[in-house]
Design a protein around this ligand. Structure first.
Ligand SMILES: [Zn+2]
Length: 324
């Protein structure tokens, strides 16, 4: 249900500082297309003219209050830099790929923010100062390649989309826009929030402000010696594999949810602190272990702990079968 809420001056100004990198923007149509039923984005112009409208304080406020929905461009063509990188994933099992990316970004001490979306999610990375689109893209493409996360447009069908979508754009060009966070998605008729903070504009902005921002020096270090890899070679994402046997004869089935503490819901998964990582003092952010909600027999530690390690750490080691 779409709700109208009030955006304070502080919220609007912080939002602009975090997300707005140029004044050109797109607007999502309030009415669905009569044939497709979709709410398309268009570049708004002054009524009766073809003069493009520029994003103002007022536009931003209306977006945050849910009256309109804007799309934001990543690259400022005068600098070829962006304030953020957004990874959009909305295919089947995309949340697993986003969690994997999130985990590995965290290992670089990057603190990404995961935004819910209609299907899947958007992972946002914020930059301390605007950084070159080209360098941001090298970093994410390289990471995706190393993790086996597919990138869309590589001939494999589904995959993540990285915003900025271009290394650079021309003076009169725009690149691609992404739905501005925290507004109302017209198609879904609801607001999507960031995980990790309460569902109010103030709490969400405070959370985003508190995240570590990537510096230019860090980004250069992450991509040192790297070229943008050809995404065609990125392998398919690995699937969660069954880590539990079917219940044996008369033996109670192991249910991991009965053994671990607090879980959070994240897309198709519960996430929790991995007990095996915890034994070594790792996983302080408490999100290494992903458990498939629809079938909790499937679980996985992103840091690579085996099921044997996890079961042993829980005091329920997997029994070894002895031949008679
Ligand atoms: Zn682990």
């Amino acid at each position: 249900m779409a709700t109208t809420i009030t955006a304070t001056r502080q919220v609007v100004e912080n939002y602009q500082r975090l997300f707005v990198n140029r004044r050109a923007y797109t607007l999502q149509s309030m009415r669905p297309h009569p044939e497709t039923g979709r709410h398309y984005y268009f570049r708004p112009s002054k009524q009766g003219t073809d003069l493009p409208l520029m994003l103002t304080y007022e536009t931003t406020r209306q977006h945050l209050e849910g009256k309109i929905t804007v799309g934001l461009y990543a690259i400022n063509p005068s600098t070829q830099r962006c304030k953020w990188v957004a990874i959009d994933a909305d295919y089947k099992n995309s949340m697993e790929d986003l969690l994997k990316l999130q985990y590995h970004l965290t290992r670089d001490r990057v603190e990404p923010a995961l935004e819910m979306s209609k299907r899947g999610g958007h992972l946002w990375i914020f930059l301390a100062t605007p950084l070159l689109a080209k360098e941001c893209r090298i970093y994410i493409h390289d990471l995706a390649l190393r993790l086996g996360v597919p990138v869309k447009g590589s001939g494999l069908g589904d995959g993540i989309e990285v915003f900025p979508k271009h290394d650079a754009i021309g003076a009169g060009e725009f690149g691609n826009a992404i739905r501005g966070p925290l507004g109302i998605h017209r198609g879904a008729n609801r607001r999507f929030w960031f995980y990790g903070a309460d569902y109010s504009l103030e709490a969400q902005i405070e959370y985003l402000n508190g995240l570590r921002k990537v510096t230019e020096e860090e980004l250069r270090r992450f991509i040192a010696g790297k070229e943008r890899p050809e995404p065609d070679f990125s392998p398919r994402p690995e699937k969660l594999t069954s880590m539990e046997r079917k219940p044996g004869n008369g033996r109670a089935e192991f249910r991991i949810l009965e053994h671990i503490g607090t879980v959070r819901k994240l897309g198709r998964n519960y996430v929790a602190r991995c007990p095996s990582c915890a034994d070594c003092g790792h996983d302080r952010s408490g999100d290494n272990l992903a458990i498939l909600i629809e079938d909790p027999r499937f679980y996985k530690c992103w840091a690579g702990c085996t099921k044997e390690m996890i079961r042993a750490a829980l005091g329920c080691p997997i029994r070894v079968r002895h031949s008679a």
